[in-house]
Design a protein around this ligand. Structure first.
Ligand code: BDR
Ligand code: CA
Length: 312
């Protein structure tokens, strides 16, 4: 199974991504690192610990990461994810403490200890990975790829043009793009195909265990936020798309393209620019960009994982 670290800011959809990775036999979740984003890094860390406790994955170390971006103002997503960053159903108290190492040192140790490349799945701002490659450039070759939820080939959500994760730390994404590492972007254009419609939430609620019911509760809270803020009928469940893409390569369709992130625009800071039509002939493709999701297969994989976790 493939060694994986999830760098996240849980967050309702991050939480589901964690459950999915824990449940998947083809993935070997070596660590979880946390970042500010949907909430403060303190809350994100506590939420990650609670979610792993719920999943029975108390052996997975959780390293606390960045409190804010490399530069620019702090942006938080509590207006979507609630006061705690993971409001809604009651969760168990954490059964373990955070790892004594911070996110960067935990990541560095995981990279050093793995004989094969480690996949970094980033479902929050890119700050921790940027700090890692700046502090430990010698470890870049130990990263198999960076697959991240963020950006879009189309419009944004936190601002009209910028998606939240890329808005929250555009310089960090830029640093990671400059490394030349294999990068895969799972943007809003993809994740808006992953809507937790009523039938999906019902299937979660009907599971005869606390994991399924907790997921249904998360989707309920998340769905209310999406109705209120963006007038969506159902919430897009962004972050697990990265993990599903690792589990089953056929669920997501990819296009190779030049990807950049705007650092300076007066209104467009944090906006991703994806050249799908070769309009910048001098810019070589530097990323794989997700374009199409097999929605039925996506929910089959997610629901199956939740079902198995709760029954184990
Ligand atoms: C992203 O921002 C957060 O609200 C979600 O967890 C996801 O990572 C979507 O823009
Ligand atoms: Ca997230």
């Amino acid at each position: 199974s493939r060694p994986l670290v999830i760098d996240c800011d849980p967050g309702h959809d991050d939480a589901l991504a964690l459950l999915l990775a824990v449940a998947s036999p083809t993935l070997d979740l070596r660590a979880v690192t946390t970042c500010f984003g949907n909430c403060s890094v303190e809350d994100a860390t506590r939420n990650a610990l609670r979610v792993l406790t719920l999943a029975g994955a108390t052996h997975v170390p959780v390293g606390r990461g960045a409190e804010g971006p490399l530069s620019g103002d702090l942006a938080l997503g509590n207006y979507v994810h609630g006061v705690s960053g993971l409001d809604g159903p009651d969760l168990p108290e954490p059964a373990m403490a955070p790892d004594p190492r911070d996110a960067v040192e935990l990541l560095a140790d995981v990279l050093r200890e793995s004989s094969t490349g480690v996949v970094l799945a980033v479902t929050g701002p890119m700050t921790n990975v940027a700090r890692l490659v700046q502090k430990h450039p010698d470890l870049v070759p130990a990263i198999a790829e960076v697959i991240f939820m963020g950006g879009s080939t189309e419009r944004g959500n936190h601002t009209p043009t910028a998606e939240f994760n890329t808005y929250a730390d555009p310089e960090a994404l830029d640093v990671v793009l400059q490394t030349g590492l294999p990068v895969r972007m799972v943007g809003l254009n993809l994740t808006h195909q992953a809507l937790a419609t009523a039938d999906v939430v019902r299937q979660m609620a009907e599971m005869d265990h606390v994991v399924g019911q907790t997921c249904a509760g998360w989707m309920g809270f998340f769905g209310d936020s999406y109705r209120r803020v963006w007038e969506f009928d159902a919430p897009p469940v962004h972050d697990p798309c990265t993990i599903v893409a690792l589990i089953d390569p056929d669920v997501v369709t990819w296009r190779e393209a030049f990807l950049a992130v705007e650092l300076e625009g007066r209104w467009t800071r944090g906006t991703t620019v994806v050249d799908l039509h070769g309009r910048y002939p001098d810019q070589a493709p530097n990323a794989q960009v997700a374009t199409r999701l097999d929605r039925d297969r996506y929910w089959e994989i997610v629901l199956d994982a939740v079902r198995r976790l709760g029954s184990s």
